[in-house]
Design a protein around this ligand. Structure first.
Ligand SMILES: [Zn+2]
Ligand SMILES: [Zn+2]
Length: 389
């Protein structure tokens, strides 16, 4: 089969790779009908997430048709149409019982590698490095889906792929980012990052009752897109974000702040950016945590900082003093997607939201490397790329 393969830092190629096979009783094989490029794939492609290897198949946002099931999968049948959550979860361990699917204790065969870096291991994730299981990803014609009786959600009506595909990651991720803010009526939520996850976080904050949502980015086309959700916007290249947020909230600061940027943040002032960029390039710190620092500084006393942008390792100059002295709560996690697929599918069915609003580019899987270039360099107002095998 054809797949989008990582062949070195910033190098991708469409290659022929072996077809996936059923290895365990609870596996299914899915023929991919739609897959997407994610912002978090960019951290893999440029080598900032450790343990990506030459020949790895990328992609963790995909859906398709079940073409084969193992003998332990009773709820899915050949021909079923499914969306597959990006974290792989067994459904039966301590974490899965608590609906903390992205930290499933049974789905990461390389837990030992992750434990060395993180203390304990998170779940396996499709197409997301060997530390997270080494599972071939969904930017391919076929994928082996482990624990297929737990994760995939069946799509039984005629909703198009484009309306349900993002149940695999970015809609639940944005939603969880907003949910972690514990939003009360009348509250103001600030979101760093107007990419697709920031757009879903903004839409979700309104669904959950936020009064005002303020989104921070530097690309006018992304800010225009997120304005369609009803959000106000700030361009950090034009204003001092901390001052602007203070002014917009009567001096108090937003009730909650969402970091939808993560480890490769840009920075309006050159000195601190150069500091982080240099340390990151020399691999002396793995992250450029500018947004995280700013979100913490901006948040009102006693507020919540919700982190859904991806981090891989260690951050420097972390303002723990302000977190502690101002009674902030930091909440974070890779999305526990399986918790959200059903309720969010119901919201899509009810017409509360159509997730296809984030799509800017559609192309065949064979053009995935070009899609990555457009997306990475924000060319052609690229917001979200959907690939069809
Ligand atoms: Zn993703
Ligand atoms: Zn589990």
């Amino acid at each position: 089969m054809k797949a989008n393969v990582w062949t070195g830092r910033n190098r991708l190629e469409i290659q022929d790779v072996p077809d996936p096979q059923i290895l365990n009783a609870r596996d299914a094989i899915v023929r991919v009908t739609s897959t997407a490029i994610c912002g978090s794939d960019l951290h893999l492609v440029d080598g900032y997430i450790p343990t990506v290897k030459k020949g790895d198949v990328l992609g963790h946002e995909f859906m398709g048709e079940v073409v084969e099931v193992g003998p332990g999968v009773r709820n899915l049948h050949v021909g079923d149409r499914v969306v597959v959550p990006f974290p792989i979860a067994c459904g039966a361990c301590f974490a899965c019982e608590a609906e903390l699917y992205s930290v499933c204790e049974n789905s990461n065969p390389n837990a030992g590698i992750a434990e060395k870096l993180m203390g304990h291991a998170p779940a396996g994730i499709f197409g997301y490095s060997h530390m997270l299981g080494g599972f071939p990803g969904g930017q391919a014609e076929y994928v082996r889906v482990p624990f297929a009786d737990v994760g995939p959600i069946k799509i039984e009506d005629d909703l198009p792929d484009e309306s349900v595909l993002f149940l695999s990651d970015i809609f639940p991720t944005g939603f969880m980012g907003a949910e972690m803010c514990d939003i009360k009526p009348g509250q103001t939520i600030a979101i760093w990052g107007a990419g697709p996850v920031g757009q879903f976080a903004a839409a979700s904050a309104f669904l959950l009752g936020a009064d005002r949502v303020i989104v921070i980015d530097r690309f006018p086309y992304r800010l225009r897109r997120v304005q369609r959700t009803g959000a106000e916007v700030l361009n950090y290249e034009e204003v001092n974000v901390l001052e602007a947020l203070r002014d917009m909230t009567g001096g108090r600061g937003p009730d909650a702040c969402i970091d939808a940027v993560g480890m490769e943040a840009h920075h309006p002032t050159p000195a601190m950016y150069a500091y982080d960029r240099t340390k990151q390039a020399a691999r002396m710190e793995t992250e450029r945590p500018y947004v995280l620092r700013e979100a913490i500084m901006a948040c009102r006393n006693g507020g919540v900082v919700s982190v859904i942008g991806v981090y891989g390792g260690f951050v420097d100059k972390f303002p723990m003093g302000t977190v502690m002295n101002r009674s902030l709560t930091i909440r974070t996690g890779q999305c526990h997607v399986q918790r959200y697929t059903e309720p969010l599918l119901n919201r899509i069915r009810a017409g509360e939201i159509d997730p296809s609003f984030v799509i800017s580019h559609r192309m065949p899987l064979s053009e995935a490397p070009r899609g990555f270039e457009l997306f990475k360099h924000k060319q052609d107002e690229c917001n979200k790329v959907v690939l069809t095998p």
